[in-house]
Design a protein around this ligand. Structure first.
Ligand code: UDP
Length: 328
């Protein structure tokens, strides 16, 4: 029996694959390598390059590897890109995601851990955000994930498919093997490190007039290895007969853009050039999670999400891989 990890060559996927492997799980990866990196996963693991919507392929994988659960990461995940290319996002994340669920249901797979996002909440009405917060996404990316949550609920009702939807806040950091390599890079911490090494001339601070203590936007940064451990716990929860549910994954603590840059300056031991810039479209001022539910129900206990620890791990990886993965 094996676990199918879609998007297993992506950032969070590859770290989860690494952890599943360490835990002795049989892992099979399905990734189209559009955004993922083959190099990020152990070459000895069964790896299929293909789409989640390829019914024949998923049926064959499910049969040949006796798939019992699926951890579904494969998705496009740039908010800005989703605004410009909504149909691509709804096709890739929702339509292909539904095709995947159909293949899993037909194959008798009844457990799915789904990669969801804080973007399903939209503009927060309260902070920190609990799972019961109204979900009203402000961009097609958030909607594409929100729809999948609803489809999963219907599949539970109709087919007894049990799922855990994990709503990530700001994934960051690295393990010794796996780190963050996006093309193009839009995320704060990698960009701060690029500016520290001179690869980028400076970090643009998107918005200095937010209603926050230092005027810059606040996010809940969570180490990618802590996210990975939540997937393993969610899988155990479902295997133990746990109910379908949604869980926020964050720390409950928010840090401003300026605070991230200051912390990075301490970690790398040099000043990081910055430039004030306008707000980025669609960015809320503050996104912080309550994750009590994941702690209570899954027994999740993030260990590596202190901001300096996160940045140190990203910095270590960056120094070993200054240009990211080779096949980037
Ligand atoms: N940000 C910034 N400069 C950058 C990249 C990001 O000021 O070059 C800000 C962004 O506006 C947000 C925070 O950093 O407030 C985190 O952004 P990121 O893209 O890492 O994650 P997001 O919160 O958009 O998922």
């Amino acid at each position: 029996m094996a676990v199918l990890v879609t998007g297993g060559a992506g950032y969070i996927g590859s770290v989860t694959v690494e952890l599943l492997q360490q835990e002795g799980e049989d892992v099979v990866i399905l990734d189209n390598l559009d955004r993922g990196h083959r190099e990020s996963v152990d070459p000895s693991l069964p790896f299929y390059e293909g789409g989640i919507g390829d019914r024949k392929l998923v049926a064959r994988i499910a049969r040949e590897h006796r798939i019992e659960s699926c951890v579904h990461f494969a998705a496009l995940a740039y908010v800005g890109e989703s605004v410009g290319e909504p149909l691509r996002y709804f096709d890739n994340n929702t339509a292909q995601g539904i095709a995947l669920l159909e293949s899993l249901v037909v194959a008798g797979v009844r457990r799915v851990v789904f990669s969801s996002t804080a973007a399903t909440y939209g503009e927060p009405e309260q902070s920190p955000i609990p799972e019961t917060h109204r979900q009203l996404p402000t961009n097609p990316y958030g909607w594409s994930k929100y729809f999948m949550e609803r489809v999963l609920q219907s599949c539970d009702h109709a087919h007894g498919l049990k799922f855990a939807a994990l709503r990530y806040f700001n994934a960051c950091g690295a393990t010794a093997r796996c780190g963050e390599h996006h093309e193009p890079e839009t995320h704060l911490i990698p960009i701060v490190l690029f500016a520290a090494t001179g690869k980028w001339p400076h970090v643009s601070i998107f918005g200095t007039d937010y209603p926050t203590p230092d005027g810059t936007a606040i996010r809940d940064y969570i180490h990618v290895a802590d996210l990975a451990s939540a997937h393993l716990l969610a899988l155990k929860h479902l295997r133990g007969g746990g109910d379908s549910d949604c869980f926020n994954l964050g720390t409950g603590h928010g840090y401003s853009v300026k605070k991230v840059i200051e912390t990075a300056e301490r970690v790398v031991g040099r000043p990081i050039p910055t430039q004030a810039a306008g707000r980025r479209a669609g960015d809320p001022s503050r996104l912080v999670a309550t994750s009590d539910k994941a702690r209570r129900i899954l027994g999740w206990n993030p260990q590596r999400s202190d901001l300096a620890t996160i940045i140190q791990s990203a910095w270590d990886w960056h120094q070993k891989h200054p240009d990211g993965y080779a096949n980037g």
